[in-house]
Design a protein around this ligand. Structure first.
Ligand SMILES: [Zn+2]
Length: 351
């Protein structure tokens, strides 16, 4: 554990240097990028050559269809780089949207993590000629668990029945950089957050951070594959970056303080669960006693009262009781029943 922490620190230091070095870049300006106001499925150029698509999502309104992950694409001199692959159906919609903004070929697609709404569209992108890039843990999780999870998810999704699970082409360790005179993107895996393999895309010239589900805005954030203690540390690493805009995995583009909001949820949840455990309470008793008004305001009351309590409290409780073997969540090849000592349960479709 110590060794891993030291590695993280060392890697974080190198990254910070790269960020500092980019401060001399002539493309950097003193002006902050504006926060775009966007409708669902709308595309906006949020910085020169950088496009964002807001996918539909509502945890409280059943009339809003789930459009999978958000997307950012970056138009380099000769090619396009896309953040997140989404499900096959949505991937095809996004390919069509990208072609309205540029004629350049899509060369790389980053799977920010292995979940279906971020990775199951890989085959659609590969048909466009793209190479799929992801952190090594994400590549490993898609290989070890992907086929079974895909099969389960396909029961509820026709687009999966008509497509296939495409594996990662370019796995990377901590960092992968793409740079030309037009754009500069650094893919970075900070450590175990929402999953063991989360990677973000940082655009130092524009001070934009695309976080995948390591940070979402107002959407329920599934913790079942997470290491909540490590997640807090990873968000703290991200806070060290110079950031004007966060493009989250789900929810609207916003300012950097979203990292602190997402972190606050985990910190307060962990503290509340710890207090409950120390007081000899059960998961149900802890759940019933939780009250985070700010969280309800951020995510919507329905989410706070149902999903937060049912899934996430249970996960943190298991973690603090020493019943989650985080290594088996993806640090090495893992079976699906990853919760040591806890009956395996079916994850939501696409998770
Ligand atoms: Zn996810």
């Amino acid at each position: 554990m110590l060794q891993r922490a030291a590695l993280l620190l060392a890697a974080g230091g190198a990254f910070a240097l790269a960020v500092l070095a980019s401060a001399d870049d002539p493309a950097d300006g003193p002006k902050q990028l504006p926060v775009p106001e966007m409708a669902f499925n709308e595309v906006k150029e949020i910085a020169p050559g950088v496009f964002f698509r807001l996918s539909s999502i509502s945890a409280t309104d059943p009339k809003v269809p789930f459009g999978g992950s958000n997307h950012t694409w970056i138009v380099f001199k000769d090619y396009v780089v896309v953040v997140d692959a989404n499900f096959p159906k949505e991937a095809a919609d996004v390919v069509a949207d990208i072609k309205k903004t540029t004629k350049k070929p899509i060369k790389y697609v980053l799977d920010t993590h292995h979940h279906g709404d971020h990775a199951y569209g890989n085959a659609v992108w590969a048909k466009e000629g793209a190479r799929i890039i992801a952190s090594k843990p994400t590549a490993r999780l898609l290989k070890a668990n992907g086929p079974k999870q895909w099969e389960d998810a396909a029961k509820d999704r026709d687009d999966l029945k008509k497509s296939e699970l495409k594996q990662v082409d370019v796995p990377f360790d901590d960092e992968y950089e793409l740079k030309d005179e037009a754009q500069h993107v650094v893919f970075r895996a900070f450590g175990h957050s929402h999953t063991a393999g989360d990677a973000v895309a940082y655009l130092p010239r524009h001070k934009i951070l695309c976080t995948g589900d390591a940070c979402v805005n107002g959407a329920f954030n599934y913790m079942g594959h997470s290491d909540s203690a490590s997640w807090v540390k990873c968000l703290e690493q991200m806070e060290k970056l110079e950031v004007d805009l966060i493009c989250p995995g789900h929810g609207k583009v916003t300012r950097k303080d979203l990292l602190a909001t997402q972190k606050r949820y985990f910190v307060e949840l962990r503290a509340a669960v710890k207090k409950g455990i120390d007081g000899g309470k059960t998961v149900e008793q802890i759940t019933a006693g939780l009250d985070f008004p700010w969280y309800k305001e951020w995510t919507g009351a329905g989410v706070a009262e149902t999903k937060m309590n049912k899934d996430n409290v249970g996960h943190v409780y298991s973690e603090l009781m020493g019943k989650v073997d985080h290594g088996r969540l993806g640090a090495r090849p893992a079976p699906l029943d990853w919760r040591a000592g806890v009956a395996p349960r079916r994850d939501p479709a696409g998770e």
